[in-house]
Write a protein that binds this ligand. Structure first.
Ligand SMILES: Cc1cc2nc3c(=O)[nH]c(=O)nc-3n(C[C@H](O)[C@H](O)[C@H](O)COP(=O)(O)OP(=O)(O)OC[C@H]3O[C@@H](n4cnc5c(N)ncnc54)[C@H](O)[C@@H]3O)c2cc1C
Length: 408
C-alpha cells in the first residue's frame, strides 16, 4: 500500500490530506506536524480569535474524529529534522518514517530584526499558541507598540483598536502595506488606521529599546521621540522554512522550493503554501505567495497530482485582509511597474484597481468591491488585452467583455 507523508500541519498540509481522501486515495496518510495543536485556521489568529469573538473549537479546521474517520494519522509535536529522498525516509520524533510520496507544507517563521532585546512582553504571531499569548497579554495591557505595518502588524493594530487599546504602529517604509499593495493603496490604509485612532509613524525605526525588569517599557524612535508601551508585537514578515528542503537537496530558487505546474519539486516530492515557488500555468511565471487560500489550494492541487497523476494547478493567487470594516481582496499578482487603472469610488472606499502589463491584466485589488474582484479574476484568466481607460469607465461592462469571444 502506498504511503503519503505530509510534513507540516498547516493550510497546505491539512488540505492535502483531506483532498487525497476525497479523490479516492486509499493508501496511508501521515501528517507530521511540529505544532502542538491540530491544524487550525491561521487567519483567525490576528482577527476574530485575537479579539475573543471566535473561540477554540471553531478555530480548528477539523474535529479530532475527522482524522480518525478519514484514516489520517496526525502526529503532533513531530518536527522533521532530516531525511533522504533516495531512501524515501524522513526523520521525526520516534525515528524514521518511510514514504512513497512526500508533501512539504512547512510555512514560515516570523522574522526578528537585529537588535531586539529579550523581553517577556515582546511577541511575534504565527501559531495558535502565539495568538493565545498575545490575546492574554492584550487583556492586561493598555498601549501596544506594533513594529512593522505589513498584514500581521496592520491586522493586529486594527484588532487592538477594536478592543479599545492605545496603539502606536512604527513602519520603516512610507506607508503601511507598501510592499504588498503599493504606495497609493498604502496611503489609503494609512488614513484608515489613523482615522481609527492608531498613532501611525511611517518612515520611522526604533533607535533604542527601554527595558526595565525584563520588560519593554518604551522606545526611542528615529525621529527622536520617546514612546511608552507595555506590549510589543513584531510584524516583520516571515522567513520561509527552507532548512528541510535544503537538507533534502530540493531545488531552491526565488526564496522558496521550486515546483512545476503540478506542484512537484522532485520525483514523488511535492511542496505547497508559503514555501512553494510555483510555475503558474496561467500567469506564465513563477510565483510565491504567503496567503491562506493559496496554501489550501496548493494542498488540494498536490492531492490531485498524487491521486490522478500530474495535474497543472491553475487557480489564480487570491487573498483577503479584513481591517475594521474594510474588506480587501486581491486576485492574481502585479508588480510595481504595472499600469494601474482605478475603477469605483476611492473616497467611499469602494473601488478596484486593475494592474496591467502590456495591456493584459495581471492583478486586481478590490476594497469592499467583491463582485468586481471576481470579474477581474476572469479578466486575468482570459489573458485578453483591455484598455485601462475602459476599465476606469463604470459604463464599461467587464462581465460582458470577458464573457464575449476574444476579438484577438
Ligand atoms: C496571524 C496570521 C493571519 C493571517 N491572515 C491571513 C489572511 O487574512 N488572509 C490570507 O490570505 N492569509 C493570511 N495569513 C497567511 C496564511 O495563514 C499563510 O499563508 C498560510 O497559513 C500558509 O500555509 P502553509 O501550509 O504554507 O504554512 P502554515 O499554515 O504555516 O503551516 C506550516 C506547518 O508546518 C509545520 N512545520 C514547519 N516545519 C516543520 C518541520 N520541520 N516538521 C514538521 N512540521 C513543520 C508548522 O508547525 C506548521 O504547522 C495569515 C497568517 C498569520 C500568521
Amino acid at each position: 500500500m502506498s504511503r503519503v507523508v505530509i510534513v507540516g500541519g498547516g493550510g497546505a498540509g491539512d488540505a492535502a490530506a483531506f483532498a487525497l481522501r476525497k479523490r479516492g486515495f486509499d493508501g496511508e496518510i501521515v501528517i507530521l506536524s511540529a505544532d502542538t495543536d491540530r491544524p487550525y485556521d491561521r487567519p483567525y489568529l490576528s482577527k476574530e480569535f485575537l479579539r475573543g469573538e471566535v473561540d477554540l473549537p471553531k478555530v480548528f479546521l477539523h474535529e479530532e474524529a475527522d482524522y480518525i474517520k478519514e484514516r489520517i494519522d496526525l502526529r503532533l509535536e513531530s518536527a522533521v529534522t532530516g531525511g533522504s529522498l533516495q531512501e524515501r525516509t524522513v526523520t521525526a520524533k520516534g525515528g524514521e518514517v518511510e514514504f512513497d510520496f512526500l508533501v512539504l507544507g512547512l510555512g514560515g517563521t516570523p522574522r526578528r530584526p537585529h537588535g531586539l532585546p529579550s523581553a517577556d512582553n515582546l511577541l511575534t504571531l504565527r501559531s495558535l499558541g502565539d495568538s493565545q499569548a498575545l490575546r492574554k497579554s492584550l487583556g492586561s495591557s493598555t498601549r501596544l507598540l506594533v513594529i512593522g505595518a505589513g498584514f500581521i502588524g496592520a491586522e493586529v493594530a486594527a484588532s487592538a483598536r477594536k478592543l479599545g487599546k492605545d496603539v502606536i504602529a512604527v513602519e520603516a517604509l512610507g506607508v503601511p502595506l507598501q510592499r504588498a499593495l503599493g504606495t497609493e493603496v498604502g496611503e489609503i490604509y494609512a488614513e484608515i488606521h489613523r482615522s481609527h485612532g492608531v498613532d501611525l509613524r511611517t518612515g520611522a525605526m526604533v533607535e533604542e529599546w527601554h527595558v526595565q525588569g525584563g520588560r519593554i517599557v518604551g522606545v526611542t524612535l528615529s525621529d527622536g521621540t520617546r514612546e511608552e508601551a507595555d506590549l510589543v508585537l513584531i510584524g516583520a514578515g516571515i522567513e520561509p522554512n527552507l532548512d528541510l528542503p535544503r537538507q533534502l537537496g530540493l531545488p531552491i530558487e526565488g526564496g522558496g522550493v521550486l515546483v512545476d505546474q503540478g506542484l512537484k519539486a522532485a520525483d514523488n516530492v511535492y511542496a505547497g503554501g508559503d514555501i512553494a515557488v510555483h510555475s503558474h500555468p496561467i500567469l506564465g511565471r513563477q510565483v510565491r505567495v504567503e496567503h491562506w487560500e493559496v496554501a489550501k489550494g496548493h494542498g488540494r492541487g498536490v492531492a490531485a497530482s498524487i491521486a490522478d497523476g500530474e495535474t497543472p494547478y491553475t487557480k489564480l493567487p487570491y487573498f483577503w485582509s479584513d481591517q475594521y470594516d474594510v474588506s480587501l481582496e486581491y486576485r492574481g499578482q502585479a508588480s510595481g511597474d504595472d499600469t494601474a487603472a482605478w475603477r469605483g469610488d476611492r473616497e467611499a472606499l469602494t473601488f478596484s484597481v486593475f494592474y496591467l502589463r502590456g495591456g493584459v491584466v495581471e492583478g486586481v485589488l478590490s476594497m469592499n468591491d467583491s463582485k468586481t474582484n471576481e470579474l477581474g479574476g476572469k479578466l486575468i484568466e482570459s489573458r485578453r488585452k483591455v484598455n485601462p481607460s475602459d476599465l476606469e469607465n463604470l459604463a464599461f461592462d467587464i462581465g460582458e467583455f470577458v464573457g464575449s469571444p476574444s476579438a484577438g
